[in-house]
Every structure is written in structure tokens, then in C-alpha cells.
Design a protein around this ligand. Structure first.
Ligand code: BMA
Length: 330
């Protein structure tokens, strides 16, 4: 694996794969790690992002309140499993009051890039778009311009410049629950003006890989490997009981990440456990962070469960690359 993500000085959470288990991803045996009421005002805490920070971990958490409003909150942990989430949402500083107006915020990602921690999230600005901010210490936060016009969700930065440009994946959407969705790649010289948009991939039509037939969206920050960028993403099928969210993998070209080298026909994680099947929105697993240890290739995957609680699962770079190539769509 190439060195590209935030240097990990801490040991990421880990449990060995259970004996005889055949699937590429296995769950933490004490899931969920964050309950819905971990802060006094929360209705649910899910779809959240974590990152190594100092000699532990920090994170940005989606907490929907007991008024059922959506906002993002900082949190800290020594071991990546037990979290202290602040009771007040992030307040961003910035130059333009227009951009600082808060409508709603949800589904954050956190990316260490150059010298600071960038946060992207789905930001309400006359409809959902991609907000970008940064922090050095998870105490003071600065907000930049929204990356795109509404409507867009799932803004996911790459952890380094590619061909001299900052790079971001996203999923153009609508004002509602979006019955469509492709992943696009966008480039920027300054993290403010985004362009040179490239199509990456679409939902899979037909029944060859029906779990990802309605819409797809990027999940955690892509992981740089010798084979390419390992992308973990969510895929959605529309059933007679509503949307079902599962998780899949693709390997993108290192220098031209809009080119998909491999994409798995099978999902790697789906709603199976009660806390993934039952909640405010049933049958949703939604990953937003993948801590990766560059020496061992271990991955700790953080994902929202049924829009209610936060789960943790494990895999390795080797498992996911092997699985994606072995079951690649042709
Ligand atoms: C998406 C987003 C996610 C959510 C999912 C399922 O559109 O709102 O935050 O997990 O729907 O409700």
C-alpha cells in the first residue's frame, strides 16, 4: 500500500475474522458502538466519520435531534470504539455570512489532506449540496464555499492532489429521497472552484447486480493501494418496502480515478443484524469512514445502521481487493 492517508500513530480498532467465516467483512461483536441517545438531545447518531487524531481519534458525528433536525457534532475517543460526543453542534467560522447560514447538515466525511482535517457534508443551501470546512484541532472549524450548486450529496475528498488538483467524488441528486444517482469526479485548484467533472459509474441496470440498481454514492475517503483507489460505496435497490442500502467496492485508476478498473457484482455488507434492519429508516447500512492501517492493511469500517445508531466492522485491503477482482462485473 502507498503512503497517502493521515499517518496513523494509534492502533485502529480490530477484531480477528471469526473462524470459518467466509465473507469479506465482519462486524464488531459488541455493535452498535454508538447508541441513538449518546448525547441528551439526540434522536439518532449514525452516518458519521472518524479519523486518527493526536494519540487517539476524533470524529464528526451526524446527530439528528429530538426535534428531528440534522446537524454535525465533534467527538473524541482514545480507542476508536468508546466515543465522547460534544453536546453542541459544530459552529463554523468563515468570511461570508451567507455561506455560514445553517439550514441542515448531515452525512459528514473527514479527510486529512496536506496539513489539516477537511470535513465535507451534505449542506442545506436551498436544497442539499456539498459543504466543505476544515479544522486543525476539532475545536475551531472554518467553512469554505459550498463545492457545487444544489442538489448534491455524498461529497468525498481524495486524500491527496491527483495530477496537481484536489479531487472529490459526489452524487448529484434532487430535493427529495432521490430515485437515481451516479458517482462523479470533480477537480479543483483551490478547494473553492470545482470543475473538469468526469463520470465515474452508474447504478447497474438489469438483475446482474440488483442491490445497486437504483442509485450509488461514494462512502469513506478512498484508500490508495498499488492496484488503484479502493472505493467503498453504498448501493441502493428500490423494493416494495422502500429503499435498501448495501455496501460495495470498486477499484479506480490511480491517476485517472474516473476510470473504474474493477467493480464487484456482490455487496460486501448489507442490512442483516437487527440494528441494521430496524430503526428510523429500516434496512440501511451507510459507511462514512474507513480507518486503514498502512502496515497491516487492516480496515475498521464505520457505518450508520438504519439511520439510528453507529456500527463498526472489519476487513483488510487484501480481502477487499481480492473480493472485488474475483467478483468483478464485466
Ligand atoms: C440518504 C441520506 C442518508 C440516509 C439514507 C437512508 O438519502 O439521507 O443519510 O442514511 O438516505 O435514509
Amino acid at each position: 500500500m502507498k503512503e497517502c492517508h493521515a499517518e496513523i500513530l494509534t492502533v485502529i480498532p480490530w477484531q480477528d475474522k471469526p473462524e470459518g467465516y467466509s465473507k469479506p467483512v465482519w462486524r464488531y461483536d459488541s455493535n452498535p458502538i454508538i447508541n441513538r441517545d449518546a448525547i441528551p438531545t439526540s434522536n439518532s447518531i449514525f452516518n458519521s466519520a472518524v479519523i486518527p487524531f493526536k494519540d487517539g481519534f476524533a470524529g464528526v458525528f451526524r446527530c439528528d435531534s429530538i426535534a428531528v433536525s440534522m446537524d454535525i457534532y465533534p467527538g473524541f475517543s482514545e480507542d476508536g470504539i468508546h466515543w465522547r460526543i460534544e453536546e453542541e453542534p459544530i459552529i463554523f467560522l468563515g468570511e461570508d455570512k451567507e455561506i455560514l447560514k445553517r439550514e441542515y447538515r448531515y452525512d459528514p466525511r473527514v479527510c486529512f489532506l496536506e496539513d489539516r482535517y477537511y470535513i465535507t457534508w451534505c449542506n442545506g443551501y436551498h436544497g442539499p449540496t456539498i459543504g466543505i470546512g476544515y479544522t486543525f484541532d476539532f475545536k475551531t472549524f472554518y467553512q469554505l464555499e459550498n463545492a457545487f450548486l444544489p442538489y448534491n450529496r455524498n461529497g468525498v475528498l481524495f486524500p491527496r492532489k491527483i495530477n496537481g488538483k484536489y479531487a472529490m467524488l459526489s452524487r448529484p441528486s434532487d430535493t427529495g429521497h432521490t430515485p437515481f444517482g451516479d458517482i462523479f469526479y470533480s477537480q479543483s485548484s483551490d478547494l473553492e472552484y470545482w470543475g473538469h467533472h468526469r463520470h465515474v459509474m452508474s447504478p447497474v441496470k438489469g438483475d446482474e447486480s440488483a442491490w445497486q440498481g437504483t442509485k450509488i454514492g461514494p462512502g469513506p475517503i478512498p484508500i490508495e493501494t498499488e492496484e488503484g483507489w479502493l472505493l467503498i460505496y453504498h448501493g441502493v435497490i428500490h423494493t416494495c418496502n422502500g429503499f435498501v442500502y448495501r455496501v460495495g467496492t470498486a477499484i479506480l485508476d490511480l491517476e485517472e480515478p474516473w476510470k473504474v478498473k474493477y467493480r464487484s457484482k456482490y455487496y460486501i455488507l448489507g442490512p442483516e443484524e437487527y440494528y441494521e434492519r430496524v430503526g428510523d429508516v429500516p434496512n440501511v447500512v451507510f459507511p462514512c469512514a474507513a480507518l486503514t492501517d498502512k502496515d497491516t492493511g487492516r480496515i475498521a469500517l464505520y457505518y450508520g445502521c438504519a439511520d439510528t445508531v453507529t456500527g463498526l466492522a472489519f476487513t483488510t485491503v487484501e480481502e477487499l481487493i481480492g473480493f472485488t477482482k474475483a467478483h468483478a462485473l464485466t
